[in-house]
Structure formats: C-alpha cells, structure tokens
Design a protein around this ligand. Structure first.
Ligand code: ATP
Ligand code: MG
Length: 564
C-alpha cells in the first residue's frame, strides 16, 4: 500500500520504465481503457481507468477510450453515454481519442480473409454444442473438426456467404486453425466470427457476422498503436491467442500485461450481477446510492478525488485479494473532512422548550464552517426558545458512561448555551418522551461558563421555528456477507442482500441556511456524518439528503460487539 500523494510504483510501471530505457516502442507509452458498453462502470473499472490514464499521464503518453462493442445483443447507447460521463467525472480526458471496435468491422473482416488465405482459418459447420464437445477438457485433448481441412477457396466462398446473410444464425462459424491438442483450451481452434442477425447500436443491420472478443481486441490494440495493453488476470490464458493473431497477421504487436482485478468487501463488482440487482428491482437503478457503480457513488456524494486516492492506495498487483470497503470510506472521509462545510441537522427530532428564554427573542449565533479550514469562515445560526435535539441525545434513565442530556443534567448546545433538563412530557398512550423542558444559563453564551463549570457533552440542535424539514436517506452496506460474490455454499449472491441497507427518515430538520441547497452539494452534519443533496429526488422546498458516509466506521464496532 502506498500513501496518498506519493508516486505509485508497481510491476506494470517497472515494465514501462524498462521498455522506455530500451526504447522498445520508440519511447512511446500508449494505453487504453476498453469497456464493453453492456452496463454501467463500477469501482473496479475505476481501478483500471486510474491505472491506464494514470500511466499515460506519468510517462508523457496517451490513453484512448475504446468501446469494445462487438456484441450487439447486450450493448446499448445508454451505457456508452454513462461510461463517457463517468470517465470524465473521475477526472480523465481522452481528448480526441474516442474509438469504437465497431469502427474496425471492415478491417477485422479483411484480416479474417487474410487468415483464411494463409490457411490459418476455416469455416466450420459444427453447432455450438458440437464445438464444445469436440473441444475436450483440461485433461483430455480436443478432436479436429471434420470441416478443418476445407480448401482456401471453399472457405473464402463460405465466409463470403456468411457475410451475405445466406446462412442461419449459429449454423456456421469461422475458426482459427491452431491446435486441438493444445494444453491451453483457448488455443483449440477458437471461434473468430459468428453469424448473428442483430441490430448493432452503431452499425445497424450492416453486419450479420460479428467478431469474437479475442480476435477483435488484439487487432483494435494494434490499429491504435497501443504499447501496453493492460487487462485483468482472467485474460492471462488468452495472451497466447492475442499473440498468435498478431503474429500470424504480421501486424504491429502491443504487449498484453495482466493485473489482479479489484474485489471489494460487502459488495459485488460484476456487471452481470449488478444488472440483476437493477432489472429485478433490488435497487432503484444503476445510480442507486447503494450501488458500487460510479453513478451510484457519485449520487451518494463520493468525490472523484477520493476514488483516485483509493485506487492509488490499493496499488496494482498480480494476486487476487479482497479490499475492505472501510478503506474506500476512509479515503472518502479524509477528502470530505478538508473541503466540506459543517452544518447542524437533527435526524430524529425531540422538542425542547427552554422555559427561561424570552418568548419572542431570536439570537443569531456565530458558527464555524470548518474547524479544519478557517478560510471557510463562519455563518449565523438562529437560536430561540423552542429547539430540536436528537432523540438519542436524551435518556430518562442514563446508563453508566452516557454523558448526554438526562433529567437534572446540564449539557452544552453547540455555539449556544448550557441547558439543564428540568422536566419531561410523555405521550399519554405510548409513554414515549415527546418534549423536554430545560433552563439555560445566559452567562454561557458561545459555549463556555465564566465560573469554569464543565459539562461532559455538546449537542447539535436546530431552532424549531427556523429549521427546514427534509428527508434523509441513510444507507448501509448492500450485502451482509463479507464476500457476497463467493457463492460456494450453493446460495445465490442476492440471498446475502442487507435488508436494512436503506432507512428513510422523513421529518428531519436542518438549519435554515440549507434552503435551496443545490443538488449534489455536500455537507457534514455535525456529529452525524457526511451528507449530500440527492441529485434526482431533491427539489427546492422538498430537500432530500443522502448519507454519504458516517463520521466513523460504526460497522467495525458492530462486528466487534458481535464477536464478543
Ligand atoms: P465485469 O466483470 O464487471 O462484467 P468486465 O471485465 O466484463 O467487467 P469490461 O467492460 O470488459 O468489463 O471492462 C473494461 C476494463 O475494466 C477491462 O480492461 C477490465 O479488465 C477492467 N475491469 C473490469 N472489472 C475490473 C475490476 N474489478 N478491477 C479492475 N479492473 C477491472
Ligand atoms: Mg470484459
């Protein structure tokens, strides 16, 4: 792990330094981020984005954004747009280098023809199931397809007809002619093209044959002059194929380097799984603030800086690991603490009447915006006879070590006065405490007593007559299991969803200065956590706040309590 701000160093950067020293690509560094537009980006993608764009920036190179859009069935324009928004929001710029694999369809086709002419590819009539059966297993070699020895002329003719919509979907494929006995199953005559009558989001109905990932990816890298093609470990076994295609085609050859993908505790980082949560209604959408998507954490109030700092801290390695979500939240708190103004808000209000405070008096008290940064100044907060405090800041029978308000006890109101609880009012039916009566000491204005008297607690509050009502959404981890992606007990990952991941509070009160707070603006609610104005559901006059993160990691505390 490396510290924020310091320059990252890892095995990929070492490889690049060596390549630069050896003038391997004429001193160039050119990377790319190649998402498939079949879902929204998540924090795992952020790791790849920070790595690819980060390396380009550090070594004076370039980084392309390339949509790997070779599968027309699962891809949509909505995803393309969301990905562009998210990469930009994270703070990266592809300048004029926005590419689509679909831009190269013609070129892919010509390279496929070149392979056929070289006797390195053939049209195969086996069905998908038969191909699978012929492929063999890890311990058993595969068998040659009966169509493997077709002549070049026949293959060219059949491939041309595949393209000309003359055959049924799935009835034929174009396959690379490599080695059905290879120890690497990816090398057992992999499919290069399939027939698929599907409308592509960019090329429409122009094509009815589509290239497979392994074929399209290395050629796209080659066309764009990529030097270091960085991808996740699951592609390690595909590297021989990446190299084979480029060698056989005798075209420019980038090098593929694999690193371990990010796994985060208490969430899932897989588009296939995230799409289920969206489509089956477990969350409100891709941007639900509980989702680990970039759109979700943005709506929740995360800053792009905090994600970049996190990605630098976790570093890049060759071995899979599970990173604790607490580390991401730590990076977030550190960043927010410096830049976000503090305000007072009461989530579960308890009415307090200060009996000896003048009936019609309103005082404007001075409050500090951020004690970490005096430059952020101060503001005025109104104080009056009736205020709200947090229900949990009062106990009728305080347990040991509970120092907040209780009958007969004195506490400090932040920026205001000492108050002492003299009596309480209960709901006749439920017995619940609904109102406190207190007295205040006018000599303690500003929060200190001239006689040196001490109190053990400082509470936040809002003036009842001035506060604005707001809705506050409290989020907790989406999953109760440490690693919900680990389904080995035979249970579906969704069975580990946290039923308490969202709590909505509708009669919260916030200080009047927050009237008209702009969507997306962030605050620290004193003693409660960091919150941001929801960018979808909040309106002037009907404020909605999302809790971005608590002030401390309460989860760690809960877990410790459970272990005891
Ligand atoms: P998912 O597994 O979520 O479906 P994917 O790998 O299919 O993701 P792509 O759109 O192909 O999604 O990913 C684009 C790039 O992001 C790839 O280079 C991929 O290796 C990288 N990437 C995806 N998930 C992670 C992750 N968890 N950590 C780091 N990099 C990732
Ligand atoms: Mg992928």
């Amino acid at each position: 792990m490396i510290e924020a701000g310091s320059k990252p160093s890892d095995f990929i950067r070492e490889i690049i330094k060596e390549d630069l020293a050896n003038n391997k690509y004429g001193g160039r560094v050119h990377s790319r981020f190649p998402p498939e537009p079949n879902g929204y980006l998540h924090i795992g993608h952020a790791k790849s984005i920070c790595l690819n764009f980060g390396i380009a920036a550090e070594f004076g190179g370039l980084c392309n954004l390339r949509f790997d859009d070779t599968n027309p069935i699962k891809e949509e324009v909505e995803y393309v747009e969301s990905i562009k928004t998210d990469v930009r929001w994270l703070g990266f710029d592809w300048q004029d280098r926005l590419f689509y694999a679909s831009d190269y369809f013609e070129q892919f086709y010509e390279y496929a023809v070149q392979l056929i002419k070289a006797g390195k590819a053939y049209v195969c009539d086996l069905s998908a199931d038969e191909i699978k059966e012929y492929r063999g297993t890890l311990t058993k070699p595969g068998r040659n397809s009966p169509y493997r020895n077709r002549s070049v002329e026949e293959n060219l003719d059949l491939f041309d007809k595949m393209k000309a919509v003359e055959f049924e979907d799935g009835s034929r494929t174009l396959r690379a002619k490599i080695d059905m006995a290879s120890g690497n199953i990816n090398m057992r005559d992999p499919v290069i093209y399939r027939i698929l009558r599907a409308t592509h989001h960019r090329t429409g109905d122009k094509w009815c044959i589509y290239p497979m990932y392994d074929f399209a990816h290395c050629i796209s890298d080659s066309i764009e002059g990529i030097t270091h093609s960085i991808c996740t470990l699951e592609f390690e076994d595909h590297r021989p194929l990446y190299d084979w295609f480029l060698d056989e085609l005798e075209i420019y050859h980038p090098q593929q380097i694999e690193f371990a993908r990010l796994n985060l505790s208490r969430t899932v980082l897989s588009k296939r799984k995230l799409i289920q949560l969206v489509e089956e209604g477990y969350v409100s959408g891709w941007d639900d603030p509980r989702m680990p998507t970039i759109a979700g954490v943005r709506r929740r109030g995360y800053t792009p800086e905090s994600i970049r700092i996190f990605c630098n801290r976790i570093g890049v390695a060759k071995r899979e690991s599970l990173v604790d979500l607490a580390l991401l939240e730590y990076c977030l708190r550190e960043d927010l603490n410096k830049q976000v103004p503090r305000v007072m808000a009461v989530l579960r209000p308890l009415r307090v009447v200060i009996d000896n405070y003048p009936e019609n008096l309103v005082e404007e008290l001075e409050a500090v915006n951020n004690p970490e940064d005096p430059g952020m100044g101060t503001r005025k907060v109104p104080f009056s006879r009736v205020i709200y405090i947090e229900q949990e800041d009062f106990r009728e029978d305080p347990p040991k070590k509970y120092f907040r308000l209780a009958p007969g006890r004195e506490v400090r109101l932040r920026y205001a006065y000492f108050i002492k609880c003299v009596s309480l009012v209960k709901d006749k039916q439920t017995g619940e405490v609904i109102e406190l009566h207190c007295t205040y000491d006018p000599a303690t204005r500003g929060g200190d007593s001239p006689d040196g008297r001490k109190v053990k607690a400082t509470l936040h509050w809002v003036s009842a007559a001035h506060a604005i009502e707001a809705e506050v959404r409290l989020y907790d981890h989406l999953f109760v299991k440490e690693n919900p992606g680990d389904e080995e007990e035979g249970r579906d990952f969704k069975s580990f969803l946290n039923p308490k991941s969202l709590e909505i509070l509708t009669s919260c009160r916030v200080e009047p200065g927050l009237a008209g707070a702009a969507p997306g603006s962030r605050y620290q609610f004193e003693r409660l956590g960091y919150f941001c104005v929801d960018s979808v559901d909040s309106f002037d006059g009907a404020l909605v706040f999302n809790r971005t993160v608590t002030l401390r990691d309460t989860w760690v505390k809960i877990e410790k309590a459970q272990i005891k």
